[in-house]
Design a protein around this ligand. Structure first.
Ligand code: MG
Length: 356
């Protein structure tokens, strides 16, 4: 034995917040212009007070140097102070969390989601009811097809039969063969995401004009995030809506994007939580922009949390939970391509047996 009896007994006042790393396994190797992987580690947060638990999840974004392990440290440092706070003032508390460090946005999002679920469960409501939203207004979601060999892409498209709109990653030398492979299997509307992959504005326009002829209905982040002027130039030369993703992290980013992009892709992991996501939707709308909710590879905790805001947006790309094989929960579902929010208080999650 390891001398367990010698360990001190747990104190009565255990921390109200816990953070752990959860490994999510991908059904297919996931490749974008940025990375390629077979699994993702995410941060899980549990917050318990008055016998009620709220759950949250955040997927640290590699591009911003965030990891699940660093997220655990951030939450552990936060926990003692957070334990003494009055969660009824949850807007104030989540804003306090967001100013605790310059980064850690996914970890902040996980804490924010857990707080929102706790408040909603405490009030006996689903999270979307905190904003007075109608779950019937939830939009269509796209299903993402990762970059792969042509025969695998065809197979992925066939597997996505149930989804009326697909999202395809582009921004590599293989774009033409990838899109042609998709088009050999389906006539569905396609949305494409270049993840900053086009190197010049001329290349972007040439590629996008070709994509338009292939039934592509929107283009996401053609060039590097900071190249706002180039995106304005591109927008004047294309005929489909252009979406800002990497250029749109948090509320203050949106005004400068208003005449360079048509739509902003809001992700709770980038924004630092649901409250920030809500604010971003309102700011974008007030500037005449369209909005969408995107996601990282995540389980149903984070995806269902984002879906709680989805009645406010024009379309969604909330499929991160559909790409993994060991989702611990069932939450939001996709029926005929439309997001269907679960019944039940908080996030409305039900546990699933462990699987891979
Ligand atoms: Mg994107």
């Amino acid at each position: 034995m390891l001398g367990l009896a010698a360990l001190p007994a747990l104190a009565a006042a255990t921390p109200a917040v816990t953070a752990t790393v959860q490994r999510l396994h991908l059904k297919h190797t996931w490749t974008t212009v940025m990375s390629s992987s077979t699994f993702r580690d995410v941060l899980y947060v549990k917050l318990t007070a008055e016998g009620i638990t709220g759950r949250g999840e955040g997927a640290g974004i590699v591009r911003y140097g965030e990891t699940a392990e660093a997220g655990v440290k951030f939450v552990q440092q936060l926990a003692p102070e957070l334990a003494g706070m009055d969660l009824r003032h949850y807007g104030k508390v989540t804003d306090w969390v967001r100013q605790k460090s310059p980064g850690d946005w996914a970890a902040k999002a996980a804490v924010d989601i857990a707080i929102h679920e706790w408040v909603a469960r405490r009030r006996g409501l689903p999270v979307h009811a905190l904003w007075g939203l109608d779950p019937q207004d939830a939009p269509l979601t796209t299903f993402s097809i990762g970059i792969d060999k042509v025969d695998v892409i065809r197979q992925k498209v066939r597997e996505a039969e149930a989804y009326p709109e697909l999202k395809v990653k582009v921004g590599l030398d293989t774009d033409e063969e990838v899109i042609e492979a998709v088009r050999s299997v389906t006539k569905k509307p396609l949305r494409v995401d270049a993840n900053e992959g086009f190197k010049t504005k001329e290349e972007a326009v040439r590629k996008i004009n070709w994509l338009e002829t292939m039934g592509v209905i929107s283009i996401e982040q053609p060039m590097a995030a900071h190249l706002i002027e180039e995106h304005r130039w591109i927008r004047q030369r294309i005929h489909i809506p252009m979406i800002a993703d990497e250029a749109c992290l948090r509320p203050a980013d949106i005004p400068k994007l208003a005449d360079a992009f048509d739509t902003v892709n809001i992700k709770i992991d980038k924004a630092g939580g649901l409250l920030q996501g809500y604010r971003m939707i309102q700011i974008a709308r007030s500037l005449g922009m369209k909005t969408m909710l995107g996601c990282m590879i995540s389980s149903s905790v984070a995806i269902t949390a984002a879906a709680q805001l989805s009645p406010l947006v024009d379309h969604a790309d909330l499929d991160g939970n559909l790409l993994i094989s060991n989702d611990p929960f069932r939450g939001v579902r996709v029926v005929n391509g439309k997001l269907v929010l679960p019944l039940g208080t908080g996030l409305g999650l039900t546990s699933l047996p462990a699987s891979h």
